[in-house]
Design a protein around this ligand. Structure first.
Ligand code: ZN
Length: 329
């Protein structure tokens, strides 16, 4: 089996579920120092927000997005495969001490500290219990950074974007084979004694370039705890990978379909175009185009300033502004 000539170049974004949007914003912006790069609505459910956080330009590989559903309860933690266990952010080497102090003084928990694949890791969670790893990553210090104005962490230590995601999948679920044979990732440190298999995208992207796969049973021994089921607050809803343009997107769509996967039509998400499919373990994956990006409907220097609506909902603006909860200034 061969994958399309244009490989997936890394993580594009990770989308998760939150409960209260204001609390979500105060964590990602005020605690993690991320930039709110877009304030829009869920295109499939316009009465709720879709909030995007990222680096200064909201570049692919840095974007964490949320559907805040105020009534989304925190579900039971899943004990079986097919969930995203954790999302990891890349921080510069030597910065975890500063981050630890900052998290503690912000009232964010430091759940676990240790090493993953030789990299120093600090695990925390957001206000809904979503697991996040801050990973000291070599070579990210030169990546564009963003630290919210007056944020105590400062630009030098700021989060640069994603390191990767950790998926839980039972041995034999087919997830590992799918990553390599269908998505074209390279196995890297597979079968090591730590019980976590690492796969890399075939690209020179510095951010969001790894997927770790852990056996659900092994999560009990490591410091990493299983995430919530993917429909409740504190859970990752889906993980999106990058392609450079629409041509590559269409090639991936035919490739996935030719291999017997159910793939969605191309959906216009205003800031990128997307297709969706599930990996054999059940996690929802997406392939999203790098263009047009977040500057398509507001200037880059004022990203996230106003509620942006796609053309199909512009006529409902007054009503939506009434039902959407107020966000912190
Ligand atoms: Zn998405």
């Amino acid at each position: 089996m061969t994958t399309p000539a244009t490989p997936l170049t890394g993580l594009h974004h990770v989308t998760a579920i939150a409960s209260d949007p204001a609390r979500n914003m105060s964590f990602y912006r005020d605690v993690l120092g991320q930039r709110l790069v877009k304030k829009t609505v869920n295109f499939d459910d316009p009465g709720t927000y879709h909030l995007y956080y990222g680096n200064q330009g909201g570049e692919p590989g840095s974007i964490m997005t949320f559907f805040p559903w105020p009534n989304a309860g925190g579900g039971a933690r899943s004990a079986t495969g097919g969930v995203v266990v954790a999302t990891s952010y890349a921080i510069p080497l030597g910065s975890s001490g500063v981050w630890e102090d900052h998290l503690r003084s912000s009232g964010a928990p430091v759940v676990w500290q240790g090493e993953l694949k030789g990299e120093k890791v600090l695990e925390t969670m957001d206000r809904d219990g979503l697991r996040l790893l801050l990973v000291e990553t070599a070579g990210v210090e030169d990546q564009p950074s963003w630290s919210a104005p007056e944020h105590p962490i400062g630009e030098a230590n700021a989060i640069r974007g994603f390191r990767g995601v950790v998926l839980a999948a039972e041995q034999g679920a087919g997830t590992r084979r799918f990553l390599v044979e269908t998505l074209g990732l390279r196995p890297d440190s597979v079968g090591e004694a730590d019980g976590i298999d690492r796969f890399r995208f075939d690209s020179d992207a510095v951010l969001g370039d790894v997927i770790d796969v852990i056996d659900p049973a092994a999560t009990l021994e490591s410091g990493i705890i299983m995430n919530h089921a993917p429909t409740s607050a504190g859970a990752v809803h889906h993980v999106a990978f990058r392609v450079p343009d629409d041509t590559a997107e269409l090639l991936w769509q035919s490739h996935l379909s030719a291999e017997g996967n159910q793939v969605s039509p191309v959906m216009d998400r205003q800031y990128f175009r997307s297709i969706y499919f599930r990996e054999p373990g059940g996690v929802l994956f997406e392939i999203a185009t790098d263009p047009p990006g977040f500057g398509v409907d507001e200037p880059l220097d004022s990203l996230g300033g106003e509620l942006k609506l796609p053309p199909q909902y512009e006529g409902m603006r007054a009503r939506l502004e009434q039902v959407l909860p107020e966000l912190p200034a």
